[in-house]
Design a protein around this ligand. Structure first.
Ligand code: 3PY
Ligand code: MG
Length: 250
């Protein structure tokens, strides 16, 4: 159990800032200075190379921050690479069934639980030369996995997905969900709201975490969500900079 898992067990909140553009070694310091517990780098839609993602994770681990990476696809190659890069939390997009969640867990856990390939020294173990058995035990215990539900099928299967051993948290992908519904970007749609509430309830019922974001985050906190996703680095930059420009112009 790592520092963040202990926080969650103590019912404390864990705040993650979303990264899209910050890719250098200063990112962890900036995220820390902003008051977040960690970051979530979106490697599905953000243009991070593995080298950049790994440097981000290494600097987060040095700074005592939680490095979370969203992988591009639910494949052993992507999930294994994210964990080898040093991610302590892997966010798997587009999980639509318990079978897909089980496949993600097999990719994320070492045998006998899963099929993750055992690597030698790397950022995930902070380059400590640990006995292989210890690496297996530590990583299987400490790596967290979030299943993103962003299809109607995924939302309908929230209960079975939450029940999968090795799925630590659920999260909604409201943009893809709204697009699938034929209402792209309508994040205040009642069906999106019910998806959040249903997925949060399913997660909590199975003793799992829920990752909350957006306008509904405060309400989800009332329903037991403890991991909170803030906005993106570039979103914060643009909104603050626009305000500053307006002030200067006025
Ligand atoms: C979605 O809303 O579809 C996402 O992937 C959130 O980043
Ligand atoms: Mg999405």
């Amino acid at each position: 159990v790592n520092h963040f898992q202990r926080k969650l067990e103590a019912d404390e909140r864990v705040l993650l800032m979303s990264l899209r553009q910050l890719r250098g070694p200063d990112a962890a310091m900036i995220v820390h200075a902003c008051g977040f517990d960690g970051f979530y780098a979106d490697c599905e839609h953000g243009m991070f190379t593995w080298e950049q993602a790994s440097a981000l994770c290494a600097s987060a681990l040095m700074a005592g921050l939680l490095p979370a990476l969203r992988v591009r696809q639910n494949t052993p190659a992507d999930i294994g690479a994210a964990l080898d890069a040093g991610a302590q939390c892997v966010i798997v997009p587009h999980v639509s069934s318990a079978a897909e969640a089980e496949a993600a867990v097999r990719a994320a856990k070492y045998p006998p639980w899963g099929e993750r390939s055992l690597a030698a020294l790397g950022p995930a173990t902070r380059y400590r030369s640990l006995p292989a058995g210890e690496i297996v035990r530590l990583m299987n215990d400490q790596s967290m996995m979030v299943a993103m539900l962003e299809t109607a099928d995924g939302v309908a299967a929230a209960d079975e997905i939450a029940a999968v051993r090795g799925v630590d948290a659920l999260m909604i992908g409201p943009i893809d969900l709204s697009a699938e519904m034929g209402a792209p970007g309508q994040l205040d749609h009642p069906a999106i709201r019910s998806a959040y509430l249903a997925a949060c309830e399913a997660a909590r019922k199975h003793g799992k975490q829920f990752v909350a974001s957006g306008e509904i985050a405060a309400e989800l906190a009332q329903h037991g969500a403890r991991i909170f996703l803030g906005g993106t680095d570039v979103g914060y930059l643009i909104s603050a900079a626009r305000k500053a420009a307006d002030v200067l112009r006025g």
